[in-house]
Design a protein around this ligand. Structure first.
Ligand code: SUG
Length: 444
C-alpha cells in the first residue's frame, strides 16, 4: 500500500497581528505591537501552498478561526453589544483583547497530533487536537480546530477524532510541533514524541527561563489514544538548555521525514540514546542522522533563521527538498551550511526558499504553518475535496483574501467593530468555498 504525505496549511486569518503573546518565542516578543499586514500574510501562505502543489505534492488548506473571539470575551464578563464588548475589553485589558484576536490557529503544526493508519491499533488515521494550554490565546483554539478537522476528514471508516487532552499544564500538548514520524520503504513507521519536561517525574531536568510547553504525560496520552505500541513509538526529551535559548517547540530545532532526521547537535538531552532507540526500532530504514554542530550553525542562528523549521519533503524516491524561509538565505552561517549540505551524499538534494516573513515575525516558519497527514490513496479520496489545493482554489482564495483582508493592522485596530464584521463576512464566504458547513460560533 502506498502512503503519501499531505500537508495541510493553516490559512492566515484576517486579524493576523503582533501582540507579543508568546513568552519563550523570541520572534513574537521582538515584534510585539508592530503593525502587521494580514493580507500579505495570507497571500504568502497561499503562495507557499501553491509552490508545493507545483512540486507535485498533496496540499490541503485548513480554515482560520473566528476572531475576535466574542464568546470568550463574554465568558470573561464583558457585556453589551459587540461594539461595547470590544471597547470595554480594549480599555480594561488590551492584552486580553489581543489574545482573543490572535490569528494563531494559522500554525497548524500545533493544531493536532496525527498518526497514520499504518501505526494505529485500528488502521484508521487518528487525530488529537492540541490543548495548547501553555498560552491563553492558543488554548482557545482546540474546539473549533477539532470541528474543522472533522469536516475535512469526515469519513469515520478511515478517520478517528479524539477530543483534546484535559486542559491542565500536566498535559500540556502542542501537537505535531513536538512529533515526527520516520519510516522505512515498507511503510513501517516510528513516531517520535519529543517532550520538554515531565510533570510526574520531578527528577527529570527542565528549562529554567522559558516554559516547556509539551509534557511527557501528554505525549504518552496521545500515543495511548492512537493505539501506538512500544515498537512504533519513542519518547525523547528535548534539551532544556535550548528551550531557554528560544526553542519553544522541537520543530524549531529538528525535522524528520522518511529515513532522515535533520537536527541540531543541542536539540536533544541524550542524542546518542535517541539514535540507539531509533536504530533499534527501525532497523531496515537506512537511516540518515544529519546532525548540525554548534560550530557550523550556533543555536541563535538556527532560532533566528528557522533552519530546522523547514519542511523536509520527498520529491521522488531518495530525493528530498528543504522548503526553507528566506531568512535562511540571509543568515551567513546557515546559507554556507545549506550549500555544503546539498553537496553531501544525503537524501537532501535541494533547498527552496519561500517568503513567509509575516508569519516568521510571530515565530512561525514554513513547518509551523503545516499539519502533515500521511494517507493511502483510499484515505485521500475520502478527504473533503474542496479543501485540497490546486490552481483554481489558489486563485479563488487569493481573490477572497484581496477582497476581505486589510493591509495593515495595529494593536489599536483590534477594538474596531468593523474588523469583527469584516472577519465574519470573510469567514462565512470561506466556509462555502471550502464546503465546511457551519463551524464557527457566529454561524450556529
Ligand atoms: O505558539 N506564535 C506561535 C508560533 C507557533 C509556531 N509553531 C511551531 N513552531 N510549530 C506560538 O508561539 C505569537 C502570537 C503573538 O505574539 O501575537 C504566537 O502565538
Amino acid at each position: 500500500m502506498t502512503v503519501r504525505e499531505a500537508n495541510f496549511d493553516g490559512l492566515v486569518g484576517p486579524t493576523h497581528n503582533y501582540a507579543g503573546l508568546s513568552w519563550g518565542n523570541v520572534a513574537s516578543n521582538r515584534h510585539a505591537r508592530s503593525t502587521s499586514n494580514p493580507r500579505q500574510a495570507a497571500l504568502q501562505g497561499l503562495d507557499k501552498m501553491k509552490a508545493l502543489v507545483d512540486l507535485g505534492l498533496i496540499q490541503g488548506v485548513l480554515a482560520p478561526q473566528e476572531r475576535p473571539d466574542m464568546t470568550t470575551l463574554r465568558r470573561l464578563g464583558f457585556s453589551g453589544s459587540d461594539a461595547e464588548v470590544l471597547d470595554k475589553a480594549f480599555r480594561e485589558d488590551p492584552l486580553l483583547l489581543a489574545a482573543c484576536c490572535s490569528a494563531s490557529a494559522m500554525w497548524t503544526a500545533n493544531a493536532a497530533t496525527v498518526s497514520p493508519g499504518a501505526d494505529t491499533h485500528d488502521g484508521r488515521v487518528h487525530f488529537t487536537p492540541a490543548n495548547l494550554v501553555n498560552k491563553f490565546h492558543r488554548s482557545l483554539e482546540h474546539e473549533v480546530t477539532g470541528r474543522i478537522l472533522q469536516r475535512v476528514f469526515a469519513d469515520e471508516t478511515h478517520f478517528c477524532h479524539h477530543p483534546a487532552l484535559p486542559a491542565h499544564e500536566d498535559f500540556g500538548d502542542e501537537g505535531a510541533a513536538n512529533h515526527t514520524r520516520l519510516h522505512d520503504d515498507h511503510g513501517r513507521g516510528l513516531e517520535l514524541f519529543v517532550y520538554g519536561r515531565s510533570a510526574h517525574r520531578p527528577d527529570t531536568p527542565a528549562p529554567q527561563r522559558y516554559p516547556a510547553r509539551q509534557t511527557l504525560e501528554a505525549s504518552r496520552a496521545v500515543a495511548r489514544l492512537h493505539g501506538l505500541q512500544e515498537h512504533n513509538s519513542a519518547f525523547i526529551q528535548q534539551n532544556p538548555d535550548v528551550i531557554d535559548q528560544g526553542v519553544f517547540h522541537n520543530d524549531v530545532i529538528a525535522v524528520g521525514n522518511g529515513n532522515v532526521l535533520f537536527y541540531h547537535q543541542q536539540a536533544f538531552l541524550d542524542p546518542h540514546g535517541m539514535q540507539d532507540e531509533i536504530l533499534a526500532k527501525l532497523p531496515d530504514a537506512g537511516l540518515h542522522f544529519i546532525e548540525v554542530s554548534d560550530s557550523e550553525v550556533p543555536v541563535a542562528d538556527a532560532v533566528n533563521s528557522y533552519l530546522f523549521n523547514t519542511q523536509l519533503v520527498t520529491l521522488s524516491p531518495g530525493h528530498m527538498a528543504l522548503i526553507a524561509p528566506t531568512e535562511c538565505a540571509e543568515t551567513p552561517s546557515v546559507k554556507a551550511y545549506l550549500d555544503r549540505l546539498t553537496a553531501m551524499s544525503t537524501p537532501i538534494r535541494e533547498v527552496r526558499f519561500m517568503d513567509v516573513k509575516q508569519s516568521m515575525q510571530n515565530g512561525g516558519g514554513p513547518a509551523c504553518l503545516r499539519l502533515r497527514v500521511a494517507m493511502s490513496d483510499t484515505e485521500l479520496s475520502a478527504v473533503n475535496p474542496a479543501c485540497l489545493m490546486n490552481d483554481r482554489l489558489h486563485r479563488r482564495l487569493s481573490d477572497w483574501v484581496n477582497r476581505h483582508y486589510r493591509d495593515r493592522l495595529s494593536p489599536n485596530d483590534l477594538r474596531d467593530p468593523a474588523l469583527l464584521m469584516e472577519s465574519r463576512t470573510a469567514l462565512d464566504e470561506l466556509t462555502q468555498i471550502l464546503e465546511l458547513g457551519a463551524v464557527y460560533p457566529f454561524q450556529r
